[in-house]
Design a protein around this ligand. Structure first.
Ligand code: GLN
Length: 203
């Protein structure tokens, strides 16, 4: 596919999980989503979204689709990437309880624990404050969400969730990488996707 002048192409990893709703958010913001299933789908993307789903399954499919190497190279070269939930797990530098063969792209210096807020029936919603997107709270939808239990010095924590565990980071940024442990694509509120697109436009 040859890119159109003035269009912004955002890849959405479409191997498994909740990728469609991210595509709709990208479209609402005036950019063009590209479903990424093969290495050649990455050719014209200016940013990449890794959706929620099941990180162990996505990890296997990333390997069989031969996407790990080209994605890692693009990330290293500064491609803006936004990972939500399972996407956050895949991008983290340290995972405490993944499958032994689960890949970590090691793109952001955070340590995460999978399913730390409980299984599917323990899914919950709550208002989050994210100063970077304005005063109005953002509705956080948490589904088998990972817990970020430590962040490196160069990681900017954009939002935290306060509960009995303390104030755990739920939205983090380091250079070209943005990760959230919740599902902004399910809310119809596109402010976090807009924040990601601003990272793409400032490249
Ligand atoms: N618990 C899932 C995993 O380990 C992530 C859940 C989600 O993406 N909603 O991959």
């Amino acid at each position: 596919m040859s890119p159109k002048k003035d269009a912004t192409y955002i890849g959405v990893l479409a191997l498994q999980g909740n990728f469609r709703m991210h595509e709709y958010a990208v479209e609402r913001l005036g950019a063009t989503p590209i479903e990424v299933k093969l290495p050649s789908d990455l050719d014209i993307v200016q940013g990449l979204i890794i959706p929620g789903g099941e990180s162990t399954t996505m990890s296997i499919l990333l390997a069989t689709s031969e996407l790990i190497e080209p994605m890692s190279k693009l990330i290293e070269d500064g491609l803006p990437v936004f990972g939500t939930c399972a996407g956050m797990i895949l991008l983290a530098s340290n995972l405490s309880d993944g499958r032994s063969d689960q890949i970590s792209l090691g793109a952001i210096d955070i340590s995460v624990q999978r399913n730390a807020f409980g299984r599917q029936p323990n899914s919950f919603e709550c208002d989050l404050s994210v100063a970077k997107i304005g005063l109005h709270p953002f509705r956080g939808v948490f589904i088998r969400a990972p817990l970020v239990y430590s962040v490196g010095r160069d990681v900017e924590v954009l939002s935290r969730l306060s509960d009995e565990r303390g104030a755990s980071p739920v939205l983090c940024k380091q250079d070209n990488i943005l990760v959230g442990s919740f599902h902004p694509e399910l809310t119809g509120d596109d402010r976090i996707h807009k924040l990601f697109l601003s990272m793409v436009y400032s490249q």
